[in-house]
Design a protein around this ligand. Structure first.
Ligand SMILES: NC(=O)c1ccc[n+]([C@@H]2O[C@H](COP(=O)([O-])OP(=O)(O)OC[C@H]3O[C@@H](n4cnc5c(N)ncnc54)[C@H](O)[C@@H]3O)[C@@H](O)[C@H]2O)c1
Length: 400
């Protein structure tokens, strides 16, 4: 329960109290056209407006309530936090599953007492079941917004459900806390959204378990700032058939996420999720003259004075008619969690809708929300933002 999670909770409470508009949330302010060409507000078409019925809870390794966590995150001003402090103080964060192999730079304050991974998964399953039962929820979604874990490749314990259960029982170091949370959520019967770059959607055992338990699964890593702009601009350049031979991206950020990402193994997870986004848009197979020489580099630097106000720079080397070179520079001075929070609200409501519509397993139609959109085996990956939005609208239109 960090910057993204608490900014989401605070924003929903601001909306509920009529203090601010839910800006950036498609489920609250978007429109959709039905098969007869009639435009409707998404919020009315799918009954997404009753935010009073939404309840939040969570786990964390450090803070035990959303108010303290929001203060640490430092996203909202003290004046704004004061307006919803009474509510945030009521949202408790219980102890979580910790493994220093995956996040080694955080000083943890509360962790589950269980040391065996199978026992941790069982304990988290109870936590999820008890929370939703206690709150009287008809349905629920588990949103994974924990820190970026050290990247590790898939191992034999990930191959299928039986191998995963054996791995949990044997305390296999290749099973991460994120994977334990996802497994536990499926055991409790809840959909999972991976808002992080952590290795989850790629795990065959988790894909199979989501289907076996009849729940949807989506990820990975919110497409909130630099990658959003990248996939918008690249889509435009590709449609104009301009060549691109260099895309250099760098960032500075100073929040806790940036602190964790300062460890090379943790940065690797982000590098992978950010790194693949241009390949299908600037397609070297279809347009070798335009894109075969593309060099794409990504750098992230932890710079504490920036806090959550991340700054990104992109330097794009492009060429046009007769091969003449040009450059585009983008400097996005964004607020990371302000961009991320409405995406998480959308994902919670859309995944809940998907579950009610009987969808199970990977929800590739939600790819527009993610830096590294997961598809089902054999499905083409689409990163172009305008195409991704079309896919989301088409899916929702089929449910109107
Ligand atoms: N902030 C954004 O805009 C943004 C955008 C895209 C993706 N993300 C990703 O979302 C995730 C969260 O980002 P954030 O900015 O909220 O980070 P954050 O550091 O503010 O919050 C993460 C929280 O997770 C907790 N945590 C770490 N390991 C845990 C575990 N095993 N169990 C339970 N809690 C654990 C930490 O104590 C921390 O409070 C990161 O992976 C980040 O890369 C964030």
């Amino acid at each position: 329960m960090g910057a993204v999670a608490t900014t989401l909770m605070a924003g929903v409470e601001f909306s509920r109290r009529g203090l601010r508009e839910p800006i950036g949330a498609f489920t609250q302010t978007g429109w959709i056209t039905n098969a007869n060409g009639e435009r409707r507000r998404v919020v009315d078409a799918f009954g997404f407006g009753d935010l009073q019925r939404v309840v939040f809870g969570g786990v964390d390794l450090i803070e035990n309530n959303a108010l303290d966590a929001a203060r640490t995150a430092g996203v909202l001003s003290a004046e704004d936090l004061a307006l919803v402090a009474d509510y945030l103080a009521t949202v408790k964060a219980g102890p979580g599953v910790h493994d220093a192999i995956y996040v080694r730079t955080l000083e943890t304050m509360q962790t589950l007492p269980e040391t065996n991974k199978y026992a941790q998964a069982e304990a988290m399953t109870r936590v999820f079941r008890d929370f939703f039962a206690r709150e009287g929820c008809a349905s629920g979604v588990v949103l994974l917004t924990l820190s970026t874990e050290a990247w590790r490749p898939l191992a034999p314990c990930h191959a299928d459900e039986a191998a995963f259960i054996a791995g949990l029982k044997a305390n296999d170091p290749e099973i991460s806390p994120s994977q334990i949370y996802a497994w536990a959520a499926f055991e409790a019967g809840y959909p999972v959204v991976n808002c992080t770059p952590n290795v989850l959607l790629e795990v065959p055992a988790l894909q199979a378990r989501a289907v076996a338990r009849g729940v949807p699964f989506a990820g990975s890593d919110l497409k909130s700032g630099q990658t959003l702009l990248k996939t918008v601009v690249a889509g435009g350049l590709a449609k104009r058939l301009l060549g691109v031979n260099g895309w250099f991206s760098t960032n500075i950020l100073g929040n806790r996420d940036g602190f964790v990402l300062d460890v090379p193994e943790n940065f690797r997870a982000k590098e992978i999720s950010k790194g693949g986004v241009l390949e299908d848009i600037l397609d070297a197979k279809e347009q070798p003259v335009l894109y075969k020489d593309l060099v794409h580099q990504i750098h992230i630097n932890y710079f504490p004075p920036k806090g959550d106000n991340k700054e990104s720079w992109d330097s794009i080397q492009l060429f046009g008619w007769l091969g003449y070179a040009m450059e585009i520079k983008i400097n996005f001075q964004c607020r990371d969690s302000i961009l991320a929070a409405p995406l998480v609200l959308d994902l919670a409501l859309l995944m809940d809708l998907a579950a009610r519509k009987g969808e199970t397993g990977i929800q590739s139609w939600l790819g527009g929300y993610f830096k590294s959109p997961a598809g089902r085996p054999g499905e083409a990956v689409i990163n172009d933002f305008s195409l991704q939005i079309e896919i989301i609208e088409n899916k929702l239109r089929s449910w109107l």
